[in-house]
Design a protein around this ligand. Sequence first.
Ligand code: HMG
Ligand code: MG
Length: 321
Amino acid sequence: MTTDALPMAVPAAGLPARVRIHEVGARDGLQNEKATVPTEVKAEFVRRLAEAGLTTIEATSFVHPKWVPQLADAERLYPLVASLPVALPVLVPNERGLDRALGLGARRVAVFASATESFAKANLNRTVDEALAMFEPVVARAKAEGLHVRGYLSMCFGDPWEGPVPLPQVVRVCRALLDQGCDELSLGDTIGVATPGHVTALLAALEEAGVPVGALGVHFHDTYGQALANTLAALQHGVTTVDASAGGLGGCPYAKSATGNLATEDLVWMLRGLGIDTGVDLGRLVATSVWMAERLGRPSPSRTVRALAPTVASPASHKEQ
Ligand code: HMG
Ligand code: MG
């Protein structure tokens, strides 16, 4: 079987014709690795993701290096990938992070808020409102510089310390991020506890609060195997931006029980089956994740990568690592 043969495309009613995948493997995936991944390997990973057809590839974070040591090489990594013909968003928690990103010519940044107090404290050393106050000048300056700004919102469905998260609590922070000037929001299920009905309920609550669905992306972690079902629920509600991580890499160093993101390959497989265009070459993507898994010394948790790995040849590399 070749990767082009399956799945058969059988469109379903009420779904978008095209989905933009926001690839987070190099950031959300690698931030959680115990072993240090060499900067040149990360750069090669990003290059291969671009060659596989991904057009938005989150490259790294300009956060405090002591908080996320795995991404402490952001200043060395970004210039290695900056000339790729893709969008390369980077995370910036504060003005110091924005200065670092602007200094390297970044054109897309993301701030990252929390719907819960516990995670805001653990991840940003701030209350929810203190974090929003920290982002305000970041978003304002970034917009004044003509940058595209994404606003992440973590713990939209459940929190490891606080349990289920009330919808109005999520809606309030989404509104605040949009009102600050964020161009798009990404709704994070940081610990993977969402289920499809919950996704639909949150999207309906946001719609009722005047948040346009076109400004929303979804960011599912696959802890309980619900990420694809949740994605389908979001697509049915009109969402067309989906975050995913090549090979299912990932987690969050500041959230107990966060596992990998929805694997990009699993997402592409489902979207292909639904006849939804992503522009991604699945064979090249699987080969990239197999290559990365070899560098990390463990197999990818993605079901699609495991199923297709024997069928793909390693793509021609720029520089074999
Ligand atoms: P803090 O300790 O409160 O920092 O951390 P501060 O503001 O008090 O500053 C202390 C020192 O850090 C100062 O240096 C600053 O200059 C320096 P000193 O004056 O003492 O020498 N500093 C920085 N240095 C480099 N880059 C910076 C920076 N900022 C301050 N940007 C801080 C606050 C926000 C910095 C810290 O909490 C932090 O870096 N947190 C990042 C945590 C993180 O990256 N988590 C993972 C990403 S979020 C995620 O994965 C979820 C997501 O995937 C969605 C989902 O799944 O839900 C997005
Ligand atoms: Mg995440």
